[in-house]
Write a protein that binds this ligand. Structure first.
Ligand SMILES: Cc1ncc(COP(=O)(O)O)c(C=O)c1O
Length: 369
């Protein structure tokens, strides 16, 4: 039985490193880029899977004063982690019956409808829909509001926001269209600080910065400028432990469905990471890891708890039970590369990261804890 302090490390099938120093550095990069606009942080979905209760305080220490989450429950948990100072906005807005919780935890709804505007008398943001057709006041709602300005009188409006649909495509016509519509709609309402840009929006230039920017995914290391070099630092590294090595030869197959067939003598390493851990099944026969500096492809299907990698090209002594294969970051594929191989986006890879990994939060100048 393993009884040492490192028991969980030895027992874990995979280690997920979350580099809090890189996170803080990313906040600084975005803040500098957006200055003089204020830089908020979007920490919904448990800080994109990385743990809002760890990520939030690090961002606050880096100077972040304004946070956005999606749900009221996330906001209540974040308030506990951050203490009283930070402003916390709830993007999904406020529904009847939630008012007491918003008041008790000093939270601010992002008001998405005229009904929500009538419901809430406290500090809030107002969301104008400029093209997502998801949340926020339509241009018709804004016209109705402009015609009845008394509806705004009781609300303590701190900010007017909108959200870009195509910010990750810098030359997409919709960016400029949404920006112009946002400016036109805002002109009908009382002057308030404005916020439009997400991570990629920050890199569209100062016209998109307004008074407050709202990055999420770039804080966590994904590239906000697809097609160009990633200006962000790597925050997430996933390493899976080899638990078995076997030799196969023609005509043997690997995994469910026998989708991978050996065409000669091969070495297969089995690593206990599967789709139950957020290592997406679409990475079957597509994903890649790195062992001792050598790229090792996933062969066969990703199963619930296991993947199989062809390690034939890796020098023999590096392939052994206990060796760690880099699956995301480190020498392995970047977050964006693995997302592409899975046919998805970095957001989904991050927010799917499993609960069975041993999570190590790396702090500036300190050993992992
Ligand atoms: C309204 C709103 N603002 C900001 C963000 C942050 O976006 P990103 O993670 O692309 O920076 C999101 C995320 O989806 C959002 O929904």
């Amino acid at each position: 039985m393993v009884t040492s302090a490192h028991a969980s490390e030895v027992q874990a099938g995979a280690v997920l490193e979350i580099d809090l120093e890189a996170l803080a550095a990313n906040y600084e990069i975005l803040k500098q880029r957006a200055a003089p606009a204020e830089c908020a942080a979007v920490v919904k979905a448990d800080a994109y899977g990385l743990g809002a209760e760890r990520v939030g305080p690090v961002l606050a220490a880096a100077g972040c004063e304004t946070f956005f989450v999606a749900h009221l429950s996330e906001a209540i948990a974040l308030r506990r982690a951050l203490g009283v100072k930070a402003s916390i906005y709830v993007l999904n807005g406020i529904l009847p019956g939630m008012e007491d919780d918003f008041t008790a935890h000093d939270l601010r709804p992002v008001l998405n409808t005229l009904e929500q505007l009538d419901l809430w008398p406290g500090p809030a943001a107002l969301h104008l829909d400029t093209g997502m057709n998801r949340l926020g006041l339509s241009p018709e709602d804004v016209a109705a509001l402009a015609a009845a300005p008394e509806r705004l009188r009781h609300v303590d409006l701190r900010c007017i926001i909108s959200h870009l649909a195509c910010a990750d495509q810098a030359d997409h016509a919709m960016n400029d269209e949404q920006r112009q519509l946002f400016d036109r709609l805002r002109a009908k309402l009382p002057g308030k600080p404005a916020s439009l840009a997400n991570s990629s929006g920050i890199f569209l230039g100062p016209d998109y910065h307004h008074d407050l920017v709202r990055p999420g995914v770039a804080l966590y290391g994904a590239n906000p400028t697809p097609g160009a070099a990633n200006p962000m630092r790597e925050v997430v590294r996933l390493k899976g432990r080899i638990i078995q090595v076997r030799e196969i030869d023609t005509p043997q197959s690997v995994g469910y469905g026998a989708t991978h067939r050996a065409t000669g003598p091969r070495r297969i390493a089995t690593v206990p990471v599967g789709y139950a851990d957020g290592y997406l099944r679409s990475l079957s026969g597509q994903g890649v890891g790195c062992l001792a500096g050598v790229s090792v492809p996933i062969v066969g299907r990703v199963s619930m708890d296991l993947i199989t990698l062809d390690v034939t090209e890796v020098p023999g002594d590096a392939v052994h039970v206990g060796a760690l294969v880099e699956l995301i970051g480190g020498g392995g594929p970047t977050l964006d590369e693995i997302a592409e191989k899975a046919g998805t986006i970095g957001y989904e890879i991050l927010t799917s990261l499993g609960r069975r990994y041993q999570r190590q939060y790396l702090k500036a100048g300190k050993q992992p804890r």
